[in-house]
Design a protein around this ligand. Structure first.
Ligand SMILES: Nc1ncnc2c1ncn2[C@@H]1O[C@H](COP(=O)(O)OP(=O)(O)OP(=O)(O)O)[C@@H](O)[C@H]1O
Length: 444
């Protein structure tokens, strides 16, 4: 994907709160705008739509019904390319957070927040600004035999309450499969809440998932709902499950076995009413290694396993995906409709797509933005390997080596992390979203 700066917007009437969030996020993301009055939102949107909006749900002092924030959320969702919205609320109001999630917010944070948690939520929102945010892209495309099999499994398993584990390489569409299970289930009217288990800090793991009571620990200034409570009546998607440390796995297992969770500081457990869909890109031999993943947790989660094959194993889907994403980005960037030259299509179908559908999508975005000919050419997709180093002038040579160095470092980190994106991003000291951008840039 073409590198672009992330745009964040913080919409909160409390200037101190907005300023604190701005300072925290500016270090990581650069451009962070703040707005204390929703009446000025339209003028700001006219200048460009942000990627992520941190949205306070109550502006007028004393109001706690969230109606003001929900109205802004509804407005943002009508945009052609809506931002990912993280709802902010000063009140541990689970119904309000759930309402925001139902109306399309990707996450919620209770104020006062933990900085690491806020930063992780923004990263996750950026990485997830995918299917849910792009009209028409939420359906699983493809009609190859393997993808038809996946769709048949989804149709068969969705109406049951069985836990589903989705396996597959990065970018194959595991989250789309999880959403499809939710949408075809009896819980479709409820919340679909995705949690990146690999990104949950170990210290706050329990409070994030199960919630806490005011005063349970020094920073617990108010009650806080956990993900299990927020997804009540809906589906909890536990993503990157293979990245969980073993102690966290034990705590999750207890909750699933007892079907109840106890918020930290509470004296009574609360029943759990969620359907669990989990996903990992770990290879199955790693998943069955007890040093990596607890067997008892695995057997809780994998009642039904849906394996999503890599794109290179279902090349018949490539033409439809290319046409879909090219026309999607032509519309989005208001670029002319262009054909894919037959020779280019052949080469794109022969490419192995190591980053799977996500990489294909990024490549299409690049081609739409950079392609200049009447038809799309293979070169427009940025997949050709880097040119061999030539003994040209020193400066150019250095540029080339810098790019190659970055690519090699990323490839080495991915290799070491066995394809685990969260882990590789942590090793490289960048966010998951930034790593995905770099993967797209290098066609990895
Ligand atoms: N069959 C498909 N049809 C259309 N778009 C797809 C399909 N599969 C994946 N995509 C798109 O590819 C991108 C990656 O999909 P998704 O996030 O579901 O993959 P993932 O397997 O969960 O990735 P990761 O393991 O990296 O989290 C998304 O933008 C999604 O919309």
């Amino acid at each position: 994907m073409v590198e672009s700066r992330t745009r964040l917007l913080i919409l909160d009437d409390d200037r101190d709160v907005a300023c604190a969030a701005q300072m925290l996020l500016r270090r990581r993301h650069g451009a962070v705008a703040t707005l204390d009055d929703p009446a000025r939102l339209e003028a700001l949107l006219a200048d460009g739509v942000p990627d992520v909006v941190l949205l306070d749900l109550n502006f007028t002092p004393g109001r706690i019904d969230g109606a003001e924030g929900l109205a802004v959320l509804d407005r943002l969702r009508t945009l052609a390319r809506p931002p990912a919205v993280i709802a902010l609320t000063a009140y541990a109001d689970v119904p309000l957070a759930v309402e925001a999630l139902k109306r399309g917010a990707v996450d919620f944070i209770t104020k006062p927040w933990d900085n690491a948690r806020l930063a992780a939520a923004v990263d996750a929102a950026l990485a997830r600004r995918t299917a849910a945010n792009v009209p028409g892209a939420s359906a699983l495309m493809g009609d190859s035999a393997p993808i038809r099999e996946v769709k048949a499994m989804i149709a068969g398993v969705a109406p049951t309450e069985a836990n589903v584990m989705v396996l597959g390489e990065n970018g194959v569409g595991k989250e789309l499969v999880a959403r499809a299970v939710h949408q075809a289930s009896r819980r479709a009217a409820g919340t679909f809440l995705a949690v990146d288990m690999g990104a949950l800090p170990e210290a706050t793991f329990e409070s994030e998932l199960f919630g806490h009571r005011k005063g349970a620990f020094t920073d617990a200034k108010s009650d806080r709902a956990g993900r299990f409570q927020a997804a009540r009546g809906g589906t909890l998607f536990l993503d990157e499950i293979g990245n969980m440390p073993l102690p966290a796995q034990a705590r999750l297992l207890t909750a699933l076995e007892r079907r109840e969770v106890t918020p930290i500081g509470a004296d009574r457990p609360e029943p759990v009413d969620v359907r669990i869909v989990s996903a990992t890109n770990l290879a199955e031999d790693r998943l069955f290694d007890p040093a990596v993943f607890r067997a008892d947790l695995l057997f809780r989660l994998n009642t039904i396993v849906i394996r999503v094959p890599p794109l290179r194993a279902r090349r018949d889907d490539i033409p439809a995906l290319l046409h879909h994403y090219l026309s999607l980005y032509e519309g989005q960037y208001q670029r002319p409709v262009r054909e894919l030259a037959p020779a280019a299509l052949d080469r794109l179908c022969a490419w192995d797509w190591p980053g799977n559908v996500r990489a294909l999508r990024h490549a299409c975005e690049r081609a739409v933005i950079l392609g200049a000919d009447a038809d799309y050419r293979y070169e427009d997709f940025g997949l050709a390997p880097a040119a061999p180093p030539a003994p040209v002038q020193v400066e150019k040579d250095q540029d080339f080596r810098l790019g190659a160095l970055e690519r090699d470092t990323i490839a080495a980190a991915l290799d070491k992390a066995r394809g685990n994106i969260s882990l590789a991003a942590r090793m490289l000291g960048v966010s998951r979203a930034a790593l995905y951008r770099k993967l797209g840039k290098h066609g990895i």
